[in-house]
Design a protein around this ligand. Sequence first.
Ligand SMILES: [Cu+2]
Length: 287
Amino acid sequence: MLKNSMYRIIHLVCLLAIAAACSAPDRHEYQLKGQVLSIAADHKEANIKHEDIPGFMPAMTMPYKVRDAEQYANLVPGDLITATLVVVSNEAYLKDVKKVGSAPLEKSAAPSASSGFELLKPGEAVPNTVFIDQDNKVRDFASFKNSVVLITFIYTKCPMPDFCPLMDRNFKTIQARLEKDPSLKNVHLVSVSFDPLNDTPQVLKMHAGSLGADLKRWTFLTGHRDDIDQFAMRFGVAITREMNDPTNITHNLRTAIIDKQGVFVKSYTGNEWKPDEIVADLKNVAG
Ligand SMILES: [Cu+2]
């Protein structure tokens, strides 16, 4: 029962995210109440731990952008705020940010995997981590050898249209480019979920279906949480899960190219890269 309703929620969130992302000048506003955990040096982004946003997403800790740095200018970590979350086609941001109080910061959950894992450098072999794919098959990373791999890290419940759902859309665009270009026929797309609790193989398969992923070219992976975290960390992915609710995830974005020998080539930070840029790089590596 619980599982069923969980899937239903995931599905709903997916649909909302996709709907928000795809229907052109669609704009929604939601009220947000939460606590500022940290603020970027340029005051354009802050990590906010917030309460349920009725009709949009459950309580969560996530980075939120503002269009005008003024909005965050006088805030410090610990401040309690109210704000309006604006979700427009491909982005989300806060406006009308108001400080309503402050509270001591809770000690955040320790990252589940230990630190001390070095970032991969170009020329280094990617670890042969063991995963499970969307068809419930065990797959180690070496099973992608002989393909140039474009990899990214996501979770299907991610409610922010310019985070994981954007990675999915970009991968779908790249998939279409791969289909048309014979010189890229050996390129394989891999999306690793860092939410194994929710993203079971069945959920990933459903997600792949809703994206129109060609499973011969695009594989979705889940696995053991610590294995995923350690693997992801080598690419610069940082994942924090709330101690008493591990499905409350804060994360950044990394996308990377790995050559046919399983060697790390380069990575792309955040969500500002464009499919064209990566396709051009893939051509160099595949060629
Ligand atoms: Cu996300």
